[in-house]
Design a protein around this ligand. Structure first.
Ligand code: GLU
Ligand code: ZN
Length: 300
């Protein structure tokens, strides 16, 4: 059976070195198995979108020769599908309306771990509500191909979580699970910043009777101080000029533990990817990843 993977960026900014790592790892893992690699733009949250980011991402992937299969999918064009699944979950009693405000949740200390208030006290039909999915499992577990076995029990298990927001937007959790299932995704390879979202996605897969994909969470790049690279701490934006592509691909492969031979430094992007597909070993990806301090700033 052939495998299907995907890269699913949100158009909230250009591709950065962390997202290149996730895209590259996902691409190589699928190409090494002769599978299909899909591109899905997760544009569900217009207020967070940055004008032009979508085109920048597509352009950057093409520059790095990370060619995807088939047409690009846009979540903004799939709202009817999410609506149908949301209704189905409510009909099955696996989701319910919640009218708690942020302030109320905060006062009840239920912001992070929802206390089930609206499940016990259904709000009136006219109330402006979010929809939450029911979490009934006390124990959620999966085996990550990079991070190993992950268990979420007791306090670490998620509370009932939002799948449709009070402001009328579908939540990431719902859309990602529906799309992964509907597109037949067998391998989810993405940044480890999302690893703790995975148990919520397992809950929805169970409610909906979907197959569980294999998960691999790529370590998030941190700087030498252990801080996640963000727009503020960001040392190196990607350089999309043609003469810089090969070097950045080789650098990304090294970070992924793949040991490309030195000759490849002068290779073409296509040759580098060809080598990487032929020699891909996901077991070599480290669990954690920090960049060395930038040179030139050390004091002797
Ligand atoms: N759209 C999400 C992000 O850019 C990634 C979703 C996923 O890979 O599951 O953070
Ligand atoms: Zn509530």
């Amino acid at each position: 059976m052939s495998c299907i993977g995907r890269f699913a960026p949100s158009p909230t900014g250009p591709l950065h070195s962390g997202s290149l790592l996730a895209a590259l790892a996902s691409f190589l893992d699928i190409r090494a198995q002769q599978g299909q690699w899909l591109l899905r733009i997760e544009d569900l949250d217009p207020p967070r979108e940055v004008a032009g980011a979508r085109d920048q991402i597509l352009f950057a992937l093409e520059r790095f020769r990370l060619h995807w299969d088939g047409p690009v999918t846009y979540q903004s064009q799939r709202l009817e599908l999410y609506r149908a699944v949301l209704d189905q979950l409510q009909r099955k009693g696996r989701a319910y309306p919640c009218q708690c405000s942020r302030k109320q949740l905060n006062e009840r200390n239920a912001l992070v771990h929802y206390d089930g208030h609206c499940r016990r006290h259904p709000p009136p039909p006219s109330a402006l509500c979010a929809i939450r999915a029911v979490v009934s499992d006390a124990e959620l577990q999966f085996d990550d191909r990079i991070q190993g076995s992950r268990r979420y029990t007791g306090e670490e298990a998620p509370g009932d979580f939002v799948i449709f927001r009070r402001d009328g937007l579908f939540a990431y959790q719902l859309a990602v699970v529906v799309d992964d299932a509907e597109q037949g995704i067998t391998q989810v390879t993405r940044g480890a910043d999302l690893i703790d979202e995975t148990p919520r996605q397992l809950v929805l897969q169970q409610h909906l009777g979907y197959r569980r994909p294999l998960y691999a969470h790529i370590p998030v790049l941190t700087n030498a101080q252990g801080q996640k690279l963000s727009k503020q701490t960001f040392a190196q934006p990607l350089d999309l000029s043609e003469q810089m592509i090969a070097g950045q691909l080789v650098g990304a492969l090294q970070l992924l533990g793949q040991q490309p031979p030195a000759e490849l430094n002068d290779g073409l992007a296509e040759e580098i990817l060809g080598w990487a597909i032929a020699h891909w070993q996901i077991e070599r990806i480290p669990r954690q990843l920090s960049l060395p301090p930038p040179t030139g700033t050390e004091h002797v």
